[in-house]
Design a protein around this ligand. Structure first.
Ligand code: GLN
Length: 537
């Protein structure tokens, strides 16, 4: 019998209050007190996973080591607690129903009417418990997506209500995050929406143990007492989460508010160790006191929704702090770059990153960004589709293959320098069928990549269908673009570099997914360092 304890995090009043950050901060604090912990996200939509969602819908699709396409909150979890999450950490309604329906077809419920209660709720509970028992964790924090009162989240709320009784009262804790709006006309903070939101939870049979109030202004003792009175929680279990400059301050702020102690007490776990937050504090200090500044352009087609590039943006935060520098990231719409404008738009940047993506829109702008960086010796990093753009641009403008392209864009191109992977040729379904997750890569010793990683054997995460066409490898290398990272098993080209350029690296994998506060990604760190050298020149 496992002794895993469970914390459930719900949200009320409004979406986007930062349940993911509160969950990750609590996990960080419990971890810093010596507890083993993970975080799980339950998403109430019908998609089996977010892999087929347009980034405009739901932000970035985050990829785990085991190749799960998941919600971007899992990125926060990994960045905060520095552990690998997996398929088990993200559950959607689509996946729950898929499992239940295939069990039904298999005859597992033979004779029974299959219903939301108990069959769907049982499957939800099974997945919550499994992650704790399988990994023998002290604490699992389960974040329930959406806002209480939403029709879609009801089965999740019901499942965790049942679970509380099954687990026994001291084995679970409920944290409810709400918003306390400030009315500027009357200069008042308002708790009524919080009261209503807790009422909705109570109607569903759940009494929260902790209420976290997201606010723009300090919550005074009177307001805490009022929330305590109306929501049946201890006054010291009313926690304020005031807006801060960076999400990385939230764990420190939650520690001041004693969120970790309140939860541990509720779970009957000892609060004996002092939290070890030294490295985290140092990171926040260098983040808030940069000695230098660099301007880096991120060229992509989803820039109107910065969440589409969440992990890249956070990787720059980590790499900036590691270089005592603030990275001023400019999001540049690739569709807006034209032959007449690109040089002017990109001038003054100390680094250029061409982003991952899919499809033809904005491609020509990305190629212009590559060209600018290549011809003007601007430090350059490109990821996945970005790397493929670097290859196409080099083929067209250096090797003279003017019609070179990716088969993704023009499948009849005479020079498919980027081609569909052989393993993808028979694939018909779009969901979960890309080359996904971690694969090994061997680096050549004389490369920027090797210099950055300090090791020849690396492992990075992937999400793609197309690849560098190795039939052209020799031609590229003769012209000055070399493959410096190769998959040792399949020989797939993972990294290209231009040795004559000060720092030009294109990677087929996604380094951004593995950057964390405590382990900033070496490629981002080196790229920012190269950009910084431009400033001092
Ligand atoms: N569309 C490209 C491919 O499938 C790149 C994918 C990406 O950037 N994630 O290979």
């Amino acid at each position: 019998m496992s002794n895993t304890k469970y914390v459930f995090v719900t949200g009320g009043v409004a979406s986007s209050l930062g349940k993911g950050i509160i969950s990750a901060s609590l996990a960080k604090l419990l971890q810093s007190r010596g507890y083993s912990v993970t975080i799980q996200k339950l998403d109430p939509y019908i998609n089996v996973d977010p892999g087929t969602l347009n980034p405009y819908e739901h932000g970035e699709c985050y990829v785990t080591e085991d190749g799960a396409e998941t919600d971007l909150d899992l990125g926060h979890y990994e960045r905060f607690i520095n552990i690998h999450t997996s398929q088990m950490n993200n559950v959607t309604t689509g996946r729950i129903y898929q499992t239940v329906i295939s069990k039904e077809r298999h005859g597992d419920y033979l004779g029974k009417t299959v219903q939301v209660i108990p069959h769907i709720t049982d499957e939800i509970k099974r997945r919550i418990k499994l992650i704790g028992t399988k990994n023998q964790l002290d604490v699992v924090i389960t974040e329930i997506g959406g806002t209480v009162g939403d029709i879609e989240s009801l089965p999740y709320i019901e499942a965790v209500r049942q679970l509380r009784w099954e687990l026994g009262p001291s084995n679970s804790a409920f944290v409810h995050l709400t918003l306390v709006p400030f009315l500027s006309a009357s200069q008042e903070l308002k708790t009524k929406p919080t009261q209503h939101s807790v009422k909705v939870l109570l109607e569903n049979g759940i009494q929260p143990d902790v209420v976290v109030l997201r606010t723009e202004h300090d919550i005074n003792a009177d307001i805490r007492r009022k929330v305590s009175l109306f929501c049946n929680v201890d006054p010291d279990a009313v926690v304020q989460s005031i807006d801060v400059k960076t999400i990385y301050e939230v764990p420190l702020m939650m520690q001041q508010e004693k969120l970790d102690s309140i939860v541990l007490r509720k779970l009957g776990l000892p609060i004996n160790e002092d939290p070890k937050l030294e490295a985290w504090r140092n990171f926040v200090t260098s983040l808030k006191n940069p000695k230098h500044h660099v301007r880096i352009g991120l060229v992509g087609k989803y820039v109107e929704l910065p969440d589409a590039y969440k992990s890249i943006m956070e990787a720059f935060v980590h790499a900036g702090a590691a270089n005592s520098c603030k990275v001023n990231l400019e999001l540049i719409q690739s569709e807006g770059l034209t032959h007449d404008t690109y040089a002017e738009r990109l001038s003054g940047l100390q680094g250029i990153l061409v982003a991952p993506g899919f499809g033809h829109r904005g491609l020509e702008g990305k190629l212009l960004a590559v060209r600018y960086a290549r011809e003007n010796n601007v430090p350059f990093l490109s990821i996945c589709l970005g790397m493929q753009c670097a290859v196409i641009e080099f083929a067209r403008n250096v090797m003279g293959l003017t019609e070179a392209n990716s088969a993704e864009m023009v499948d009849t191109t005479p020079h498919p320098v980027i081609d569909l992977m052989a393993s993808q040729k028979e694939v018909a379904d779009l969901g979960g069928t890309m080359r996904l997750g971690a694969y090994p890569c061997k680096l050549s010793k004389s490369s920027h990549a090797f210099e950055a990683y300090g090791s020849a054997d690396i492992q990075e995460r992937h999400r793609h269908r197309y690849e560098f066409n190795s039939a052209y490898k020799e031609q590229f290398e003769q012209a000055g673009m070399v493959a410096t990272g190769i998959n040792p098993d399949t020989k797939l080209v993972e990294i290209v570099e231009i040795p004559k350029h000060p720092w030009f690296v294109g990677v087929q994998f996604h380094p951004e997914y593995k950057s964390t506060v405590l382990n900033p990604h070496p490629l981002f760190v080196s790229f920012v360092k190269a950009a910084l050298e431009q400033v001092s020149e």
